[in-house]
Design a protein around this ligand. Structure first.
Ligand SMILES: [Zn+2]
Length: 129
């Protein structure tokens, strides 16, 4: 015959099991300390340098076809959404992009702007940007 005190003990044991499962799940979630990917699909890596002032030039293309011709000439992948060019001493940066009234992709323009400020901050591709 069960006594009145046994029911709460069973309830506590079930709750403790859920507590440890929840605690374990939280511990797994907190182990992921890698920076999150941005809307451009990249994680911010290591700065090549850091500039507080940089002259940014913008080259816009009036069509995807015009932009693709430049990608082909520079031997860049056709999937390149925007690119930037830098040359030492890295105080002038030129961002190439399709006119935003034709193709609006601010996440890639922002990506390129970070190249102007930090140089090559990601090493997971071989682009010139
Ligand atoms: Zn890049």
């Amino acid at each position: 015959m069960p006594c009145r005190g046994s029911i709460p003990l069973v309830a506590i044991n079930i709750n403790m099991r859920y507590f440890f499962v929840l605690l374990f799940a939280l511990m797994l979630g907190s182990c992921d300390s890698a920076p999150k990917k941005g809307a451009d699909g990249y994680r911010f890596g290591e700065k090549q340098y850091e500039r507080n002032e940089v002259q940014v030039k913008i080259v816009t293309y009036k069509s995807q076809a015009d932009y693709n011709k430049v990608l082909n000439r520079l031997k860049l992948p056709k999937t390149t959404a925007a690119f930037s060019t830098l040359s030492p001493p890295y105080d002038i940066c030129t961002i190439h992009m399709i006119d935003p009234s034709i193709k609006y992709e601010p996440e890639f323009v922002g990506h390129e702007f970070l190249h102007c400020v930090y140089g090559q901050w990601h090493t997971d591709n071989k682009s010139i940007s």
